[in-house]
Ligand binder design. Sequence first.
Ligand SMILES: [Zn+2]
Length: 119
Amino acid sequence: MKRFLLYLFRWQLSTPILWVVVRNLGAGIWSTVAANLIGGAIFFWVDRFIFTSYAVEVWQFKDKGRCDRCGREESLWRLVRAANYDRRDARPVFLCMDCSKAKTDALRAQGYRIRGKSR
Ligand SMILES: [Zn+2]
């Protein structure tokens, strides 16, 4: 949801920039090219921020189930995606709160940028 809002904001940004550039240069093919170059230069950084930020972190939650690591019956969590972590295609592994915390700590130690879920 946060990511979606960021995206709406990102696309709103393009409107005034394109408008200002096109207006100042007069509408023509070169001004459109210039507008797109300027827009692209700006949005490269905006996109980079969005895709490397913690906002992309995605967790799956199961209200009740058996932990894949310790077998305890509890609410389960699965990290699907983080800034530089993507397990959307992997076999789902659901972990209880304790195992999940241990796993995210281990992943963080390996350099993954994981914020962790908020309870
Ligand atoms: Zn567990």
